[in-house]
Design a protein around this ligand. Structure first.
Ligand SMILES: C[S@@+](CC[C@H](N)C(=O)[O-])C[C@H]1O[C@@H](n2cnc3c(N)ncnc32)[C@H](O)[C@@H]1O
Length: 341
């Protein structure tokens, strides 16, 4: 989706700079006033209300510039040059922007979202609450629950035999954790969990919680660059025979060629009766301006039609795939089912 289809007015050049700087000065003024009226953030309720109103006003103004996508990376520096001292108090938005692990959606960020973490700084806590109330983090929590429940339901429907679950780009694997939490020790004995991620710290974090639930070598954390999964030998080794494949928060960073190649591998790896849940945020994500301007957090958004076309490019027949959404409707997913033999 290009910028012009999101907004009729697209500000550029000097007009864009003047507008962003004016929004930043208003934000700075609003927060200075709030600092005084809350007596240095002593009144937490008032801090929350004023900080979130100030930030919301700024985000709406930035959205109205019509400057979307990585094109606002440079202009966002004008905002941060003026209001950055305030903005960096918010642990979550500062983490997104400063990218301590190299990218915004790292496993610690995902964990903070799922566990609704809020920092201790009084203004920072107000910004964190604003962040956690956004539609996109709520969609992440929704999809975590949806996948956990889907795995739980699958295990209950298949009460005997091993069930192999592979999470691709597993991060902190809270979805698998949610599945384990709802299963009895006997049901958990059926599970064989394979976590694939490039980041060893993500694998260690997920394993520390999952290993006690799925002991005895039935949890395999594997460090792998997922782009290599498009090689037949790699995908055979890790994906083949998976009863369930889950992939959340990865396709938002893949271009169409990589996304189609990856989907095709998933499809080929699934045995008869296998299922896959693969997520991708849609362009109507209402948190987009906040994510981009404040956090420089850019996703590759896809509509349901675009996802349909990718499934067909991947060789998946229409009756074998359904495009659905988590309850908020902004994080879409391919639900792929291979017919039972
Ligand atoms: C946005 S997080 C999503 C984590 C988890 N699936 C969730 O929804 O909570 C994306 C994960 O993919 C991993 N990742 C990104 N690019 C990767 C690559 N090329 N190879 C392997 N893992 C990758 C990151 O390390 C990160 O843990």
């Amino acid at each position: 989706m290009d910028a012009k289809s999101l907004n009729h007015n697209v500000f550029e050049g000097d007009r864009l700079r003047q507008s962003v700087e004016s929004i930043a000065r208003d934000l700075d003024d609003d927060l200075r006033q709030a600092f005084r009226s809350t007596e240095r953030w002593k009144d937490a309720e008032q801090t929350d209300r004023l900080a979130s109103a100030a930030l919301q006003r700024a985000v709406e103004g930035l959205s109205a510039t019509g400057c979307w996508g990585s094109g606002n990376r440079g202009p966002s520096q004008w905002l941060w040059a003026i209001a950055g001292d305030w903005l960096e108090c918010g642990a979550l938005q500062w983490r997104a922007r400063s990218k301590p692990r190299g990218y915004a959606g790292d496993f610690e960020m995902l964990s903070m979202i799922v566990t609704r973490e809020i920092c201790d700084h009084p203004l920072g806590a107000a910004f964190d609450r604003y962040f956690q109330a956004q539609a996109a983090p709520q969609a992440v929590r929704n999809r975590t629950k949806l996948v956990g429940d889907a795995i739980g339901a699958y295990v209950r429907q298949h009460p005997t035999g091993a069930i192999r679950v592979v999470s691709i780009g597993s991060g902190p694997a809270w979805d698998l954790q949610r599945a384990c939490d709802q299963l009895s020790p006997r049901q958990r004995q059926q599970l064989h969990l394979i976590l694939l991620d490039l980041d060893p710290a993500a694998l260690a974090d997920a394993s520390s919680r999952l290993e006690p639930q799925v002991p005895g070598g039935r949890l395999q954390p594997i460090r792998e660059n997922l782009f290599r999964l498009t090689q037949p030998e790699r995908s055979r080794r890790y994906l083949d025979g998976a009863d369930i494949l889950v992939c959340t928060g990865l396709f938002d960073y893949l271009d169409d060629d990589d996304a189609a190649a990856m989907l095709s591998r998933f499809w080929q790896a699934l045995p008869a009766g296998g299922r896959a849940w693969v997520f991708n945020f849609a362009p109507h994500n209402p948190s987009r301006a906040y994510m981009e301007w404040i956090g420089n957090w850019y996703l590759i958004y896809r509509t349901a039609d675009q996802m349909d076309r990718l499934a067909s490019r991947a060789g998946i027949a229409p009756h074998q795939v359904q495009i659905a959404a988590e309850p908020s409707g902004i994080d879409l997913y391919w639900h792929i089912s291979k017919p039972a033999a």
